[in-house]
Write a protein that binds this ligand. Sequence first.
Ligand SMILES: Cc1cc2nc3c(=O)[nH]c(=O)nc-3n(C[C@H](O)[C@H](O)[C@H](O)COP(=O)(O)OP(=O)(O)OC[C@H]3O[C@@H](n4cnc5c(N)ncnc54)[C@H](O)[C@@H]3O)c2cc1C
Length: 453
Amino acid sequence: MDRVDVAIVGGGPAGTSAAWAAAREGADALVVEKGVPRDDRDRIGPDSTDAAGMLDYWVDIMGIPVEEIPDDVVLSVLDGAEFIGPTESVTLEETGIDASYDNFGFAFHRAKFDDWLRDRAEEVGGTYRVGASVTDVETDRSGDPRHTLTLADGEEIGAEYLILADGPQRTVTTGVLDQFLPGGRSVSDYLGPKEANHIAYQEHRRIPEELFDPAHIKFWWGVIPGHTAYPWIFPNDDNVARVGLTMPMDLELADVANPEDYALLDADDERIPAGAVYLRRLLEREYPGYDLDDFPLVEDRGKSGGTEAYPISSTRPIDSPTSAGIAVVGGAMGTTSAFHEGGDHVAVRTGKIAGELAANDRLMAYNGRWKEAIGDEILRNVTFAEVVRGWEPDDWDRVFAATRAMKHRGGYDWSGALRSGTTALKIVADYKWTKRGFSDGKYVQIRQDEYTV
Ligand SMILES: Cc1cc2nc3c(=O)[nH]c(=O)nc-3n(C[C@H](O)[C@H](O)[C@H](O)COP(=O)(O)OP(=O)(O)OC[C@H]3O[C@@H](n4cnc5c(N)ncnc54)[C@H](O)[C@@H]3O)c2cc1C
């Protein structure tokens, strides 16, 4: 059996960053990645499905100096984001959070980003098995090795520390953590794929020159039903954009209160439309006078034929059973925002913290360290996700109109809200009230002391 200090399940941004940090600290770090073929990558690698937008302050959370990111990873520098409701819209040119990066953000090539992260990890001595699925992990706290990973071909790997970076499907995380949850509880009770994840579908389409806006990402809220369900357009290079959407899994049309209020539902729909149908309707509605043929699929991008689908974790995070020598990082632990679905920055950061601590036999500090590093971001995101629960199309219009008024009157603070009327005041009050309920780490769904290790 091969032995390593730190075994990492999953080679996305979280797992790769864990390997980089652990190897840099002198540990033997191995990433096991099941390996997904993509049309935009020559070798198999991590899944890499992503709208791949990075905001200014996320760069600081990620902790990677932007000048180190290779030019061919960055596809488009962004000046702002447009939020579009059924009839109202607002464009923001600032995230409102201090950041070292000068622009609003950038859109990037996720497969190249992941490959670059892997190259970095290998440069400092991290190793990879790609095309190998982890099918089982046995943990014996007093054993040597403490963890034994079994791969799909039957091979076993022993490890002192285990970092779970298997993303939103949590194929390994769930079974590993369940053994430490008392009373028949399961991680699936909190992070079950259908309840805690959204499904995302995305198409890479060439946009007609006269319509292509390379500097703004666009989000449409209140046009499709479901909690934090929305389509987007993210500009990339060469007039190509990622046109995508995210929506809850298993949403039933019968459960939608006022289906006629949603611009991308049709009166004769019998079920929630497939992602491709929604995106066709979005383009037809936004760009009247154009046909879908005017937005051709770019078939050498994405996972397959210019399209891709993957789950997004859309929930609140969990702690890890660190005294068993285990850390869960990134999407697997639920750090991806349930509000805007951004998660690469927190995946990189949690991976780095876990890798560094494992290499130095200090993994017990992980649950405190990740909260120090990304707690503010998580608190903001879970609060926003809760505040918008149950919002209908009209609510989005009201909020975008109020935000536009606040913006024009000079700020998003209390006095700006006062001058912008009751809608703005109510949003600020809701936000503050909800945030208080999640403060002091109460956003954590399974606390460290709930594991019996
Ligand atoms: C369509 C879409 C759009 C998004 N847009 C954005 C965005 O604009 N900005 C942003 O910041 N975030 C965005 N996200 C979220 C972001 O992609 C995730 O937060 C991020 O990928 C999490 O990284 P991770 O390393 O934790 O997990 P993942 O990237 O999911 O990586 C997990 C890896 O584990 C591997 N794996 C799983 N099980 C096993 C196993 N048993 N054995 C071996 N390997 C295994 C998988 O193949 C996968 O490669 C988007 C996500 C989607 C799907």
